[in-house]
Design a protein around this ligand. Structure first.
Ligand code: GLV
Ligand code: MG
Length: 317
């Protein structure tokens, strides 16, 4: 986990809008995805491919992860999207996002196309990752195979709007809690996606929240998936970025505590510390399982470039 790049906020940018593409470069999101799918009208897609290639080649993205979302394999656009984007800007691209993934075969098809394009364009084979969006009932029942379908898989992403349509959900408030349902209607879906991602060792990303002016509601929804272990969330509006960056990173207190556990456990298990398998850190008993939990929190904090505000001192005597 410690080596994963931070994806707390993933900013959606319509490829058909050059002004938004330019503006996105300066925003503090960990990741951007330049969209050729649902935020681009069919007639605007050919122009959007060109805008995206130009924006990637111009640079100025800092250390953001640069992803392009292509259209899904049931359309007539996918292969041209991939060929134009990778052929035109493959060296400036980190991953392709594949929406509405139905099964492992769709991931493998993209993997093969990417391999050919990398070879044809003198790129290192395997350098472009795949982000798989789960947004249909079919995708969810196949999510475990999808997660293992290619070594390129970097994230499994929840797409609540398409998902709610796919399962005939009654509410139209995407991703939000609903007064007619006593619990969290998305818990099951989020957990399935999280299990598949964790079993495969990749990141789990929560999807969009459409009421873009209601930041407190965004925060409430984001806290739910962050609590479960999700690594980040889409942001559709600059106003959602800071909230996502804060919510998907550990709090300073939790980060400091995790680093302390790691140091204290290291010390306790060492020769000097008495080769102990469990030890006390203040009032808390820690052991190997505590170390594993602490590694997750510390990994997220380190990926987000957090700094420690305390240090470990071995106990006297
Ligand atoms: C995102 O693509 C969604 O459908 O929610
Ligand atoms: Mg969608």
């Amino acid at each position: 986990m410690a080596e994963l790049r931070s994806r707390r906020s993933n900013l959606a940018v319509p490829g058909s809008n050059p002004r938004f593409l330019e503006k996105a470069k300066g925003l503090p999101a960990d990741q951007v995805f330049l969209d050729l799918e649902d935020s681009c009208a069919p007639l605007a897609k050919p122009g959007a491919r060109k805008n995206i290639v130009a924006a990637l080649n111009e640079g100025g993205w800092g250390d953001k992860i640069r992803t392009v979302r292509v259209n899904d394999w049931t359309t007539q656009w996918t292969y041209t999207d991939v060929i134009e984007v990778v052929g035109g800007a493959g060296a400036e691209l980190d991953a392709i996002m594949l929406p509405k993934v139905a099964d492992a075969g769709q991931v493998q098809a993209l993997d093969m196309l990417l391999t050919q394009l990398e070879k044809a364009n003198g790129l290192e084979v395997g350098r472009i990752g795949i982000e798989a969006q789960i947004e249909t009932a079919q995708g969810l029942i196949n999510v475990n195979q999808i997660a293992f379908a290619s070594p390129r898989i970097e994230t499994i992403i929840y797409g609540p709007a398409d998902f709610m349509a796919s399962i005939n959900m009654k509410s139209l408030v995407v991703g939000a809690l609903h007064p007619d349902y006593p619990g969290d209607p998305f818990h099951y879906i989020l957990m399935q996606i999280l299990m598949a991602a964790r079993a495969r060792g990749v990141q789990a990303i929560d999807g969009p929240f459409l009421q873009v002016r209601d930041v407190p509601a965004f925060e409430e929804v984001a806290r739910r998936s962050a609590m479960l272990g999700f690594d980040g969330k889409w942001v559709l509006h600059p106003g959602q970025i800071d909230a996502a960056n804060e919510i998907y990173a550990p709090s300073q207190e939790d980060y400091d505590h995790a680093e302390l556990i790691l140091d204290a456990y290291d010390w306790a298990t060492s020769e000097a510390g008495g080769k102990k398998g469990s030890a006390m850190l203040g009032d808390e008993m820690i052991d190997e399982a505590s170390r594993k939990m602490a590694l997750v929190i510390a990994g997220k904090g380190r990926a987000a470039a957090m700094q420690r505000t305390s240090s470990f001192t071995p106990p006297e005597g």
